[in-house]
Design a protein around this ligand. Structure first.
Ligand SMILES: [Zn+2]
Length: 263
């Protein structure tokens, strides 16, 4: 029941282009309150946002409970009638066996659950793989197990490995591996987030080189039928709705003839 409710929330978004499904507030590591993010979205014509703060145990980083968080979001929803505010959360994958930082029980309270594969994932960024073979095995397992978790809806900024895995090169994400991962995501009905600032994790690549590599990945997923979501991962009102680079990536994929759509 919980699962179908959450899936319906994303699938009922009318225009993904006018959405921003990833942002942080003072409840975790953002700089502004929910109200300022909602207000920013309302001014910019964003019609759906998801507040996706980091939950530690069953409280937020600022000590507030999930109930307080929801109440705050409800107040903002009433203030901005034309804006849909989704009650989300962002967790992290703790290991390649599929342990995540949010319990199943807690996750079911949220309308959208994002999980990332960064910072704390043993076998990927903690004790990172030593070589290409180990990388492929670990990443495949991680996506396989993460896709099996019912409550998870979106993989946050996938493959943000540049600053986190010392030897990582994009050629490790071979077509075979990507197709395998696509199969897991589709079977588990997970969305692949196109995150506005994904390039930040790759300081050594030129904009042209990074865009070529990342759009190659997106093209494979698109061809396989993976669903996408859109997120700024903004930590202040200024970033809400930002999607210029997302647009660059989508244009690239569309040029490849795969006719991009979010679903
Ligand atoms: Zn985030």
């Amino acid at each position: 029941m919980g699962m179908s409710c959450m899936r319906k929330t994303i699938d009922s978004i009318k225009d993904m282009n006018k959405s921003d499904l990833h942002m942080h507030t003072l409840y975790s590591d953002g700089k502004c309150g929910v109200d300022l993010l909602a207000r920013s979205a309302a001014f910019k014509g964003v019609d759906t946002i998801a507040i996706t703060d980091h939950l530690h145990g069953d409280v937020f980083v600022n000590g507030a409970s999930v109930e307080e968080y929801f109440a705050d979001i409800d107040v903002c929803s009433q203030a901005y009638h034309d804006l849909k505010i989704i009650k989300g959360v962002e967790g992290t994958l703790l290991d390649i066996d599929g342990e995540i930082s949010i319990s199943q029980e807690d996750a079911k309270n949220f309308e959208i659950v994002l999980v990332d594969m960064a910072w704390k994932t043993v076998g990927i960024t903690v004790n990172p793989p030593a070589n290409e073979k180990e990388f492929k095995r670990n990443v495949s397992l991680a996506f396989k197990n993460l896709s099996l978790i019912e409550s998870v809806d979106i993989i946050a900024h996938p493959f943000n490995f540049g600053r986190l895995i010392p030897n990582f090169v994009f050629s490790w994400l071979s077509c075979d591996l990507l197709e395998e991962i696509a199969g897991y995501l589709i079977a588990g009905n997970k969305r692949f987030e196109i995150m506005e600032g994904i390039w930040w994790w790759f300081p050594e690549l030129s904009p042209q080189d990074f865009t070529r590599e990342y759009s190659r990945i997106l093209s494979v997923f698109k061809r396989c039928g993976v669903k996408f979501s859109k997120g700024s991962d903004s930590h202040s009102h200024q970033g809400v709705g930002n999607a210029l680079y997302t647009g660059v990536l989508i244009e690239k994929i569309s040029k490849d003839g795969s006719n991009f759509s979010w679903n």
